[in-house]
Design a protein. Structure first.
Length: 261
């Protein structure tokens, strides 16, 4: 499982036939150094594939290739944003942040993104299937999940990067229950005067208590983000604290109809 939206601006309409040449087992990349394994998903941003990196004829690493749609590639502003966010986040090195490995070029499909492949379930999926979900989990169960994520956010903030979209769908739990933070797709540089309101993006979130994939609202956003105000590292930590509360209590700290009050 992996996030499909990382670094990809959304495009409402695109032609899926543009990817007709992509095949399981096919080679990809400027040097044909990736072998496509299977398609993970597709949407307005393009297609996302599980692939294996090949070096000296040997399989060396499973990765995710995010192949950008023609419509995005033809949009100079969109591509500038992809490059900006890549430059902003690719140097983040932390065991609980999904590594962004490269921004590469294929002779047919142009620029594409390469990320590490993190196998596991999202936090939303894991919690939804947990037998104690409605009662809430113990602190001993939750602490090993939340603390590494808080440290990962501290690392990003120290590097000057604000995530701005911390939610259950952007957290993967590996088979060993290691939490990994995904999707810095709306990340912004932290400036001394904080983040300006003009760069705030309101996404739609799904609560942990809801079935993953159902429609929801931005229930994990800090008030200043909801109001398009100035943001800093505490904005991310607020979102993580909301997730912590929900894991422990089995419900959000406020109801959907009045959470912006």
């Amino acid at each position: 499982m992996n996030s499909l939206d990382t670094l990809m601006p959304e495009v409402v309409n695109y032609d899926p036939t543009q990817f007709a040449e992509l095949r399981e087992g096919g080679l990809f990349g400027e040097f044909q150094n990736y072998r496509l394994v299977r398609k993970l998903g597709e949407g307005g941003m393009g297609q996302t594939w599980l692939a294996v990196k090949i070096s000296d004829g040997k399989d060396v690493q499973r990765v995710v290739c995010k192949i950008i749609s023609n419509k995005l590639r033809e949009d100079e502003n969109a591509m500038a944003e992809v490059r900006r966010i890549f430059d902003l986040t690719h140097d983040l090195t932390h065991p609980n942040i999904c590594p962004l490995l490269g921004l590469e070029t294929d002779p047919v499909f142009g620029i594409y993104l390469v990320m590490a492949y993190i196998e596991g379930d999202t936090l939303a999926q894991w919690f939804h299937s947990h037998p104690l979900r409605k009662k809430g989990l113990s602190l001993d169960t939750v602490r090993p999940i939340i603390r590494p994520l808080a440290e990962a956010l501290d690392h990003a903030h120290a590097a000057g990067v604000l995530h701005r979209d911390v939610k259950p769908q952007n957290i993967i739990l590996t088979n060993r229950r290691k939490p990994v933070l995904l999707d810095f797709g709306i990340a912004a540089r932290i400036r001394p005067e904080n983040i300006s309101a003009e760069t705030c993006t309101l996404g739609r979130s799904v609560s942990l208590s809801e079935k993953p994939g159902s429609s929801g609202t931005p229930l994990y956003m800090a008030p200043e983000q909801m109001e398009s105000g100035r943001q800093n590292g505490r904005t991310d930590q607020y979102a993580l604290a909301t997730i912590l509360y929900e894991l422990l209590a089995g419900s959000l700290p406020f109801q959907e109809e009045n959470f912006v009050a």
